[in-house]
Ligand binder design. Structure first.
Ligand code: GLA
Length: 309
């Protein structure tokens, strides 16, 4: 069914604790929703109209909107055209999955699809209509995450459970390297990952083992040892999956020398984007943004407080 009355839907961006570049190979991932959301206000009318506050006007964000509307229509959702007014607080091109937040918020505003279906529909929209062969992680966390928990997502079928975050803080460091996923070697490396014996396939196998161990550690609330897995993940993304950049490596190396930093790694697809760090509660690091806190509330560092969701 499509929506017939005005309504509002929103979806968050995400960070990812562990499990990078394994979703497209059917691995398990541990993403966490952040307190930055994309909100879509839908008003039924005679024709589709798309307006966006947080997006560049000339940007190609409308292709994500159209992709979702096309997939919903193909899936038999009887959509009523209307005006979509979009406000996005998820920065674009930073590895925070802004396109998935947009897709899920649009689908939630115009249809009655349930969260589990939303994630699959929106992933298909990105794969089949936008042409990016991404895995399920970003759309799943945008549709199904709850606050204060990682979404332990089995990407073979989208089943998941919510895992409480350990007593630690998650900080995000942004060296300011913007990129669009479609312009990275994402698809090329994904193809390599499917070839047994390749460096990328080795990354996937080892990252899967790290995630399995990471879930045990989160179960015990062991943030410190979990952090070691994050450093290992970064080294593997740098050396085997080859999706890091010198600026990200330098940041991770610097963080590794700071007392109270349990772990850090590049996050998201790579070739740009941010570094996520797991940090002892109360430790303040220059340039870090507090995105997710152990009390389950999402909040920003003081200077970003007006961004709150
Ligand atoms: C992007 C993709 C995800 C995932 C990550 C890497 O965010 O959209 O599906 O593959 O890269 O883990």
């Amino acid at each position: 069914m499509g929506a017939t009355a005005a309504r509002l839907a929103s979806a968050p961006g995400r960070i990812n604790l562990l499990g990078e570049h394994v979703d497209h190979q059917g691995g398990t991932v541990l993403p966490v929703a952040v307190n930055l959301r994309t909100t879509v206000s839908y008003t039924p009318g005679d024709a589709w109209a798309f307006l966006s506050e947080g997006h560049d006007d000339g940007g190609d964000w409308t292709r994500y909107v159209r992709a979702v509307l096309d997939i919903l229509a193909e899936e038999g959702h009887d959509l009523v055209p209307g005006r979509l007014a979009i406000t996005s607080r998820v920065p674009e091109g930073r590895g925070l999955a802004s396109s998935a937040a947009l897709e899920v918020a649009v689908a939630g505003a115009v249809s009655d699809a349930m969260p589990f279906d939303l994630m699959h529909l929106c992933r298909r929209a990105e794969n089949e209509k936008v042409g990016v062969p991404c895995g399920l992680m970003d759309q799943a966390v945008a549709a199904c995450a709850i606050s204060g928990h990682a979404l332990a997502l089995d990407c073979r079928d989208g089943t998941f459970f919510h895992l409480p975050l350990p007593e630690a803080e998650l900080l995000l460091f942004d060296p300011g390297i913007e990129r669009t996923l479609a312009d990275t070697p994402y698809a090329e490396r994904l193809a390599e990952a499917g070839k047994p014996g390749s460096a990328a396939a080795r990354h996937v196998a080892e990252e899967n083992a790290r995630v399995a161990r990471g879930i045990e550690l989160l179960d015990k609330g062991d943030a410190e040892e979990f952090g070691d897995l994050m450093f290992e993940s970064h080294a593997s993304l740098r050396d085997l999956y080859r999706c890091s950049l010198p600026a990200l490596d330098t940041l991770v190396d610097e963080l590794a020398r700071v007392r109270g930093v349990y772990g850090a790694r590049l996050m998201g697809a790579g070739w740009g984007g941010c570094v996520v760090a797991l940090v002892e509660p109360g430790v303040r690091l220059e340039g870090g943004q507090l995105l997710v806190s152990d009390d389950g509330l999402y909040r920003m560092a003081a200077d970003d407080a007006d961004n709150g969701s």
